[in-house]
Design a protein around this ligand. Structure first.
Ligand SMILES: NC(=O)c1ccc[n+]([C@@H]2O[C@H](COP(=O)([O-])OP(=O)(O)OC[C@H]3O[C@@H](n4cnc5c(N)ncnc54)[C@H](OP(=O)(O)O)[C@@H]3O)[C@@H](O)[C@H]2O)c1
Length: 213
């Protein structure tokens, strides 16, 4: 697929680098293609192209949003998505590792509000970037789970394909409004690791018994 990345820092680079190695075409979307993170990403992976925001979105099948949440409103409002999938990897984080929107609404729903003509799917938000760089846990016999939310089933199917390429098992947790709960899962992970020194190389797994036993 042709993938555009708005944001190519810790999260964007980890995802783009692994997906490029799986055969996807990566274009960094930035109105300053000389910005430090763009230059740094291209020096680490010269296969990445870079174009202005709207140009990169126009040629993409899927757009990743991996920016600081505070940049999202201003970045997204002028852009045209024409129904394309936008994967929201961002998290609104407030003081003391709290929910940045006071837990009243998810960041993903705000992203949908600002990118009105996009089909927003929340994914890649619940773990630190370390597990996006390397999602392989060979000793367990199961893949790490990636919980996704969105209002459009076909869009979520496409995101599942990308998840599988990265080595994640996808579990669809429902409509985009469920993202509020995913964002709280993020706060748990961030509190454990960034505030309380838990080792960052851990994810959750989804285990389900068939039937009701
Ligand atoms: N870090 C984690 O472990 C982690 C894990 C999951 C989710 N998240 C979430 O993912 C998001 C990104 O986190 P990160 O750690 O990857 O941040 P980061 O390393 O600071 O990278 C942010 C990227 O966004 C770019 N950017 C900012 N404004 C932009 C704009 N208007 N247009 C285009 N690009 C723009 C920056 O480019 P320039 O600075 O070069 O302009 C940079 O490439 C955050 O919302 C975070 O909460 C983080």
């Amino acid at each position: 697929m042709k993938l555009a990345f708005i944001g190519i820092g810790n999260v964007g680079f980890a995802l783009a680098n692994n997906l490029q190695k799986k055969g996807h075409e990566i274009t960094i979307a930035h109105n300053n293609v000389k910005s430090e993170s763009v230059v740094n990403a291209q020096s680490k992976n010269p296969a990445f192209a870079a174009l202005g925001l709207q140009e990169a979105i126009a040629i993409a099948d899927v757009v990743f949003l991996a920016t600081p949440f505070r940049a999202n409103e201003e970045t997204l409002k002028p852009l045209q998505f024409k129904g394309k999938i936008v994967i929201d990897c961002t998290n609104p984080v407030g003081p003391g590792i709290s929910h940045g929107l006071g837990s009243k609404i998810s960041g993903a729903e705000k992203v949908q509000e600002w990118a009105k003509d996009a089909s927003v799917v929340k994914s890649y938000s619940i773990y630190g970037f370390e597990n996006l760089e390397n999602p392989v846990f060979p000793n367990y016999g199961v893949n790490p789970v990636m919980l996704i939310a969105g209002n459009n089933s076909e869009s979520k199917q496409v995101v599942s394909l990308l998840n599988a390429d990265l080595g994640f098992e996808t579990v669809d947790v429902g409509l985009l409004a469920q993202s509020l709960h995913l964002e709280h899962m993020t706060l748990l992970w961030v509190n454990m690791v960034r505030a309380n020194s838990h080792h960052p190389n851990f994810t959750w797994a989804y285990l389900e018994r068939s039937g009701f036993y």
